[in-house]
Design a protein around this ligand. Structure first.
Ligand SMILES: [Zn+2]
Length: 381
């Protein structure tokens, strides 16, 4: 719980330029940070130190899915924690009303214990034409009779929905009023309707570009509306599969501090190629890419440390600039989206969530609230 970490490069996420420095913590909280030589002999040394990653879109990993089985949900959280995600939302894909309510109920104690930071409902209120790897037969219109009891559990941190559905804008208002993040996604909405969704309280775009209309110069679509709105955080799956890296920098320039890298990982993350399940659908993983039988990409097999390295590798600028962007995308911005001031940066009072990396940016040690996270399976990708 107590300790002192020193590194050649410390990136705090607070605006302090990356450089040699240290982080001290006690009782699971950061008690001090500084540049240059540490005030005493450090307990741990690393090449690079960054805040723990915050993944707001994650369905599972290490062979386990978030859902009705608490032990599987805990395994998925532990797998991602070992890869640096000291905070994850448990994302649930479209399920039947009973299955969805059951999964939310089962995840409640894990939210209370801080194993996961909340539940992200991705569906069932999604556009059939943009359903991706969601069972189209289980999609439905948002109905307060289903939404309100789910929101009242207090475990819902985020809801992805399509605003064009009947009741969609009202549902966004309800989600926002509950304190959860309403996110526009899996949607056939155009530019104007997306703007109305943001005015109704939506504050995020779920996996920008994926499962929404493209940018067209006479029909700019949801992507342009989300990028242009200074209130809005856009998720970006920087696994190198979902969105071409050429677009990452364009997004980064358009929405500087408003990008959250997300894994959208499913159970196969960290596991060999083969057959897996995502919700009620069969998924085949080949060369680390998860697809439905019809070829639709079905989530990722990435972990947050992979996203982090990818963002740095694709950055056209200097190493310190790349590190700043990667920390913003993987920690600071998603933490801010969740309204969490205690995570996402290394500053006095923050939870001591610290990722120690080697010179190649591979995970050396992960501390969560100052405690070493047991190592997990191999990173994929
Ligand atoms: Zn999705």
């Amino acid at each position: 719980m107590n300790g002192l970490v020193a590194a050649d490069l410390v990136v705090t996420g607070t605006g302090t330029p990356a450089g040699p420095g240290w982080v001290e913590f006690a009782g699971g909280r950061v008690t001090g940070t500084g540049t240059g030589n540490p005030p005493r002999e450090p307990d741990r040394l690393a090449a690079v130190v960054v805040p723990g990653f915050v993944d707001v879109h994650c369905h599972g990993g290490g062979g386990a899915s978030f859902g009705a089985a608490p032990d599987a949900s805990a395994r998925a959280a532990a797998f991602h924690a070992a890869h640096g995600s000291t905070t994850v939302l448990a994302s649930l894909v479209t399920r039947s009303p009973d299955d969805l309510a059951g999964a939310v109920r089962a995840l409640g104690p894990l939210v209370d214990d801080g194993v996961v930071a909340g539940v992200h409902l991705e569906g069932p209120w999604l556009a059939a034409s943009r359903c991706g790897a969601h069972d189209p037969g289980l999609l439905r219109d948002p109905d307060p009779a289903e939404i309100d009891p789910l929101l009242r559990t207090g475990t819902i941190a985020m809801v992805t929905l399509a605003p064009e559905l009947p009741g969609g804008l009202d549902a966004i208002s309800r989600v926002a009023a509950s304190g959860a993040v309403a996110a526009v996604g899996h949607t056939a909405a155009g530019y104007d309707l997306t703007r109305r969704a943001l005015d109704a309280g939506a504050r995020a775009g779920t996996h920008l570009f994926n499962a929404m209309g493209p940018v067209h110069h006479r029909d700019p679509g949801p992507v342009a509306a989300l990028l242009a709105d200074p209130r809005t955080v856009v998720e970006l799956i920087t696994d190198g599969v979902h969105v071409h890296p050429a677009l990452w920098d364009i997004v980064g320039r358009a929405a500087a501090d408003r990008v959250a890298a997300v894994t959208d990982a499913m159970a196969a993350a960290g596991m060999p190629d083969g057959g897996y399940r995502l919700g009620d659908l069969d998924v085949q993983v080949t060369d680390g890419v998860a697809r439905l039988p019809d070829g639709t990409i079905a989530g990722s097999t990435a972990t947050a440390d992979v996203l982090f390295r990818n963002v740095i590798a694709a950055h056209p600028g200097s190493r310190p600039e790349a590190l700043d962007r990667a920390v913003a995308w993987t920690s600071t911005t998603p933490a801010a989206l969740l309204g969490r001031e205690d995570i996402g940066r290394l500053q006095p009072g923050s939870r001591a969530d610290v990722v120690l990396l080697d010179a190649d940016l591979g995970i050396e040690t992960v501390l969560r609230a100052g405690v070493v996270v047991p190592p997990g399976g191999p990173a994929s990708g």
